[in-house]
Structure formats: C-alpha cells, structure tokens
Ligand binder design. Sequence first.
Ligand SMILES: *Cc1c(COP(=O)(O)O)cnc(C)c1O
Length: 371
Amino acid sequence: MKVPFVDLKAQYQAHRAEIDAAIASVISETAFVRGKYVANFENAYAEKYGTKYCVSCANGTDAIYLTLKMLGIGAGDEVITTANSWISSSETISLTGATPVFVDVEDDFYDIDPAKLAARISPKTKAILPVHLLGQPAQMDAIMAMAQKNNLHVVEDCAQSHFAELSGQRVGTFGIAGTFSFYPGKNLGAYGDAGAVVTNDEELAAKVRMFANHGADRVNKHDHAMEGMCSRMDGLQAAILSAKLPHLAAWTMARQQKAARYNELLAGVEEIVTPTVRPGASHVYHVYCVRAQRRDELQVFLQERGIDTTRHYPTPLPLLKAYERFGHTPADFPVASRHALEILSLPIYPELSDEQQDHVVESIIKFYRHE
Ligand SMILES: *Cc1c(COP(=O)(O)O)cnc(C)c1O
C-alpha cells in the first residue's frame, strides 16, 4: 500500500467540477492578474478572518516581506523569530536589511518559547515574528504582552495555520498582521504560488497593496509615489482558492479527526511522543509531527513499506549554512537541536483513508516490536 505524504489529486478529484468551472470562467473572461476574481477572494478571506483587509500577493514569503518592509523595518533593525521554521520566516527579515534574531522553541508545542524571548529583546528590536508551526498556535498572550511592553510590532506567520485558533480567536488576528501562504500543499492550497496578508490596519493594508504592485496608485496606475515590486495573485489562483475556501472548515475538522485517530492508535507505543495541543488552542495539523526513538531507522523502514514521511525541519534555522555568519552552535538552541534529531512528520490530509492510516500505525508498531 502506498501512503504519499500529501495527496493533492484526491482533493482535486473530489471537487473537480467546481474547480474546473472556476478555471474556465477566469480564462473565458481573461481575468488573469488581479481583477475581479482576486478581489472576490480577498473579500471572502477577510470575511472568514473578520479583518477589515486582506491583501493578496504572489506567495507566502512575499506576504511576510511586504509586511515587514511596509512596517518600516530595515537596516540596523532586529526582528525576533523562532529557531525552527521554514526559511521564509527568517530570510524575509534579512531581505529587508534587518537581522533575524532566533529564539529556541517550546519542548511540547514546537513554537517560539516566550520564556526565552525576553532575553533577546534589544534596543534594536522592532518586531516579533512568531510562526504557528505545524498548525499549532504560538503562545500569543505572552508574546503580545511582551510586544506591548516593548513597543514592538507582531507579524504572525500563518503559512501552516489557516483557521487555527487560540481562545476562540483566529491566529493572524493577534498581531498587526497575519501572513498566509496558499502553496499547493498548505491547508488551503492554490494550483501554483499565492499568498495574502490579513490586517485591520488601514495604512498598512494600503501600503502593502501599493508595494506589491510596483508602488502604483490604485486609481492612476502610472502614478508611482514609490518604487515597489511585482508580487500579485493570479486570477486563476484566486478563483481556485475561492472554490476551495468553503470546504476549508470541513477539511480542517478531517485533519483534526485523523490526528486524534493517530493519537489513539499510537498511545501504547512508548517509543513515540504524539503531539500535545496547547490548552485553549485549536491545532489545524498542517503537519502531524511525532518524536520517535531511532527516528532515522524508522523513516527508512516506513519508506520501504510505501509510506512517505519527512521532517519539519531537519536543521534548526540558525544552524543552516545560510546563517553561518552568526556563529551559532546547537547549545544555543538546545530544544530545537534535540527535536531535529527526533521529529518525524507522518502523512496527514483530509482524504487520508483509515486503511492508509492503519498501515502507517501497524508499520510503526512492527518496527519497534521487531515482529
Ligand atoms: C510555506 C511557508 C512559508 C512560505 O510560503 P510560500 O508560499 O512557499 O512562499 C512561510 N512560512 C512558513 C512557516 C511556511 O511553511
């Protein structure tokens, strides 16, 4: 039996008619870049978040960069982020000219550890960029309190956490802005690259919108009050996302049910640590990450049995060659460094069948019991 890590075909097949119709209308109207379909998606997404604004862009990395840049962050500034994420969370900080400052993660929840954050705030710190990694909300109450005390912006990287909540509030609405990726494999995925920023800040929304489109004036597109970049959402992506958005709540519940089922089936396997959900949080399981004894051997064994797994992430960000300049060692990030040796992401997606899930679990049990 094959268990792919994600299965985008299964979702397309289940919703083929709606998606094909959405694509056909964009093409017949030649609404290829920005335009009606993009505006419709922005409005629908803002409504789901209860925010005044949603500004679309080309991808989730740009969503972070555009936001940091339009908050005025640049050379000489520092932005604090987590030691474990995809490199977008930190490369965008460097792209503005600022310096990323990394903080270790919580042992149980894999997000930035607020207890270790205060020590990294300096007179140069301008913002905190928490990442709701794997779909697990970061500890926003502590982060927001620290940000308010030190007069810092908070930009939430929500690329893995569409519809995740903390105390009934959607992540992405705690800080000044939430940034999203709609990369195909994300919980809400386009058929190519796409991204967006949600915010209630009128000035920030206007600036991001302008900067993402060459600094062009909204009324007269040949008036440029500033230089910008070209980071726009395609009409095709917007129409596909609009067709998929009404299903996101059900897909999220399906992910949560699969996660609960994994937790239950793996409860007796003492070599595996299953995920813990932060109290008061709704985890949306973009990734189902366990910690496993003899992780590398287990991963090979599962692969031999047709099961794809991966690691989020194999190397903590500050220990990547890209950040050699900081001279960090694993001892600077003891939790993230230990996690890197133990974490394993198992297949999870709304269409994952019980049979596939059973095959994953039975294989894990077989590995440890030497059956
Ligand atoms: C996917 C991802 C991004 C970037 O999204 P793209 O759309 O691929 O640019 C940013 N941050 C995190 C944590 C991600 O997982």
